[in-house]
Design a binder for this molecule. Sequence first.
Ligand SMILES: *[C@@H]1O[C@H](CO)[C@@H](O)[C@H](O)[C@H]1NC(C)=O
Ligand SMILES: *[C@@H]1O[C@H](CO)[C@@H](O)[C@H](O)[C@H]1NC(C)=O
Ligand SMILES: *[C@@H]1O[C@H](CO)[C@@H](O)[C@H](O)[C@H]1NC(C)=O
Ligand SMILES: *[C@@H]1O[C@H](CO)[C@@H](O)[C@H](O)[C@H]1NC(C)=O
Ligand SMILES: *[C@@H]1O[C@H](CO)[C@@H](O)[C@H](O)[C@H]1NC(C)=O
Ligand SMILES: *[C@@H]1O[C@H](CO)[C@@H](O)[C@H](O)[C@H]1NC(C)=O
Ligand SMILES: *[C@@H]1O[C@H](CO)[C@@H](O)[C@H](O)[C@H]1NC(C)=O
Ligand SMILES: *[C@@H]1O[C@H](CO)[C@@H](O)[C@H](O)[C@H]1NC(C)=O
Length: 262
Amino acid sequence: MSFKLLSVVLASLLRLAAATTTTTSSGSGNSSCAPATCGNLSITYPFSLSGVQPLYCGNPAFQLTCADAGRAYLTRTFRERLYRVLSISYEDNSFVIAVDVDSSYGGDERCHIPDFNVSSGLSLLPVNVAANANLTFVYNCTLPRNASVLLQPACVSPTIGVYVPDGEGNAPPEVPRNCSSVSVPVRRSSFHNNVSDEPAREYRRLIEEGFVLEWPPTAAECGACRRRGGECRFVELAFQCICSDGRPCRNSRGKKNQNLLT
Ligand SMILES: *[C@@H]1O[C@H](CO)[C@@H](O)[C@H](O)[C@H]1NC(C)=O
Ligand SMILES: *[C@@H]1O[C@H](CO)[C@@H](O)[C@H](O)[C@H]1NC(C)=O
Ligand SMILES: *[C@@H]1O[C@H](CO)[C@@H](O)[C@H](O)[C@H]1NC(C)=O
Ligand SMILES: *[C@@H]1O[C@H](CO)[C@@H](O)[C@H](O)[C@H]1NC(C)=O
Ligand SMILES: *[C@@H]1O[C@H](CO)[C@@H](O)[C@H](O)[C@H]1NC(C)=O
Ligand SMILES: *[C@@H]1O[C@H](CO)[C@@H](O)[C@H](O)[C@H]1NC(C)=O
Ligand SMILES: *[C@@H]1O[C@H](CO)[C@@H](O)[C@H](O)[C@H]1NC(C)=O
Ligand SMILES: *[C@@H]1O[C@H](CO)[C@@H](O)[C@H](O)[C@H]1NC(C)=O
């Protein structure tokens, strides 16, 4: 037997062994999708932790990367380490993320504001951002005084300001055409009392405290799956419940994909 042929045989044996191991481990109930930890976050469906859990343990859009000092970031963003996950509430189908301004700001060094529309960067994620208030930062124009507030402490550039929602939570007025602008969602609960004054003085705190994103209510189907001893996965763009025999459970949504998987 030639060395080359032997290698091929060995390689396929190894691949088979690997495949068998995978099947066995999910079949024994000690799943590869067991919750992972990053900092004080517990990471499980619909999230997955890169390098620790297989991608199918969650929705690929919600894959997280654990970076230095236990900070969890969304993996699939247009810049690395851009959106940091501060907390996850599996009961409420929601999580809080904050934009990492130090790594994204590219202009006035005294103004710590993002240089892009923060919710646009999330437009490919299946999330609802509506539960927040928007701060709209405007720059490079003469700011209309009645609609905007200058940031304090002042930026180097005197033309950077913030449009704020009014006391009733209505969106700020339209930004003049001349101005450049970026919108940053912030948690309504981050506001204290002084609605008009606070965003300008405390914009850094408001941005750091992040904003809430809600994901579609898949938690209920995942909860039902776990109660019957199954493992929640995301395969072929759909939720799937894998039963203890390593196959999709009957009545789980991914049933139609069964043949592709086995
Ligand atoms: C599951 O696997 C982990 C290591 O991946 C091991 O520490 C743990 O004891 C296993 N649990 C069971 C119930 O086999
Ligand atoms: C997680 O850690 C952060 C600080 O790193 C802290 O602010 C937060 O309260 C902690 N959350 C929980 C649930 O312990
Ligand atoms: C942010 O969005 C607004 C409104 O959609 C747009 O006018 C503005 O140019 C955007 N800013 C950036 C930096 O893309
Ligand atoms: C905030 O801005 C985003 C994008 O510009 C928009 O989709 C969202 O509806 C706004 N939210 C509020 C409360 O105005
Ligand atoms: C303001 O406009 C100038 C010139 O058009 C540009 O170089 C600068 O980057 C703009 N400022 C910001 C914060 O985008
Ligand atoms: C808009 O730009 C024009 C031309 O650059 C300038 O004359 C005008 O004063 C600007 N308006 C505002 C509100 O900044
Ligand atoms: C601010 O004043 C301008 C004219 O000076 C007016 O067109 C605009 O509607 C005012 N905006 C608000 C929110 O009052
Ligand atoms: C609200 O702001 C005003 C003026 O900016 C200040 O005098 C007042 O003490 C503030 N109130 C609170 C509760 O912070």
